[in-house]
Design a protein around this ligand. Structure first.
Ligand SMILES: C[S@@+](CC[C@H](N)C(=O)[O-])C[C@H]1O[C@@H](n2cnc3c(N)ncnc32)[C@H](O)[C@@H]1O
Length: 317
């Protein structure tokens, strides 16, 4: 069974079956840790393998297995983790046989993040369900809009929103704790120019953005996927740029940054080769970090390891 490329331009093939490593992991209840969900009959299967009966499985272990099974079923129904909050896999994209740029994970959400999600998601959040084209004018009250893919915990995004209230930021990530964190930070700063989108940015670009609707794209420190066998998961690839180009206005800036030198080289190569983009750096190389881009959390970790950070700014022609 061959995997589809990262950014297929074809419509999703629902229920075509996910590969094992793309099946959504779930959290073992009460532990805050990430674990593969066992099937409903896991205890029975294990019991039969050990020659015991399901009734011999300790009660607390059986309860944990049952809870994990319920959790898996909940995710398959795409129900939110919190009342009125972001949906689990809103586009049902784990049914698409497609290489993803992120590893599905379910990390612990702090009380503050949960509070922010419950209180602020209905007002400032949106699920990437792949079922509608967004009216960005309406969503951002007529502001010019930049898309930021992969905001992580959102500190830099909140800072940029506060520094530039005249620009709307459509901030996308799959990471629930980060979504709560960004909502909380933007709320604390009194910013009204951030919308937090939950889900895979590829589906947003492919199905939910109108042509020439964005004034810019920011991709700061995307997962570097350093192993050769994972390079296909890197976001910045020719097919990704094919999805990006039509939704950008002429002159819109694609701004990428990375601390992973081989990925920086890949970004420079594919952006330079793409006919819809032109390097703003006069020498055709990397650009100095613009003053508006704050240091990000991931960047800080890279700098601590002695990595060199590169910014790339390309204009949509
Ligand atoms: C390495 S982190 C960088 C976070 C942040 N920009 C920073 O510099 O600290 C990359 C983030 O991109 C997100 N991500 C990767 N692929 C994505 C996709 N296709 N759609 C939405 N988010 C994605 C991941 O969940 C992760 O939070």
């Amino acid at each position: 069974m061959s995997e589809q490329p990262l950014n297929p331009t074809t419509a999703p093939a629902p229920h075509s079956g996910a590969t094992a490593d793309e099946a959504p992991p779930t959290e073992a209840p009460g532990t805050g840790s990430v674990a593969e969900a066992p099937t409903a009959d896991a205890s029975a299967v294990r019991a039969s393998a050990t020659g015991s009966t399901a009734a011999d499985v300790p009660a607390d272990e059986a309860a944990t297995l049952r809870a994990a099974s319920f959790e898996r079923a909940r995710r398959l129904r795409q129900e939110p983790r919190f009342p009125g909050g972001p949906a689990a896999d809103p586009a049902g994209s784990h049914h698409e046989r497609r290489i993803r740029s992120f590893q599905p994970r379910r990390s612990r959400v702090t009380t503050g993040q949960q509070e922010a999600l419950e209180r602020l998601w209905p007002r400032w959040g949106l699920d990437i369900d792949g079922r509608r084209v967004l009216d960005l004018d309406q969503l951002f009250d007529g502001l010019p809009v930049v898309l930021e893919i992969g905001f992580g915990m959102g500190e830099a995004t909140a800072q940029m929103a506060a520094d530039d209230p005249g620009t709307g930021i459509l901030a996308v990530d799959v990471h629930t704790p980060g979504q709560g964190n960004l909502l909380g930070l933007a709320d604390k700063a009194g910013s009204t120019n951030v919308r937090v989108a939950n889900g895979d940015a590829v589906i947003l670009l492919r199905e939910m953005l109108a042509p020439a609707s964005l004034d810019g794209l920011r991709v700061y420190f995307p997962d570097p996927w350093p192993k050769a066998r994972h390079h296909k998961r890197r976001l910045i690839q020719p097919e990704f740029l094919d999805l990006v180009a039509p939704v950008l206005k002429p002159g819109a800036i694609v701004h990428c940054a990375t601390d992973w030198e081989p990925y920086a080289e890949q970004m420079l190569e594919v952006l330079t080769a793409h006919p819809c983009f032109e390097n703003t750096a006069a020498d055709g190389g990397y650009a100095p970090r613009p003053a508006f881009r704050p240091l990000t959390r991931f960047e800080g970790q890279g700098l601590d390891k002695g990595h060199v950070v590169q910014d790339l700014l390309f204009a949509r022609v």
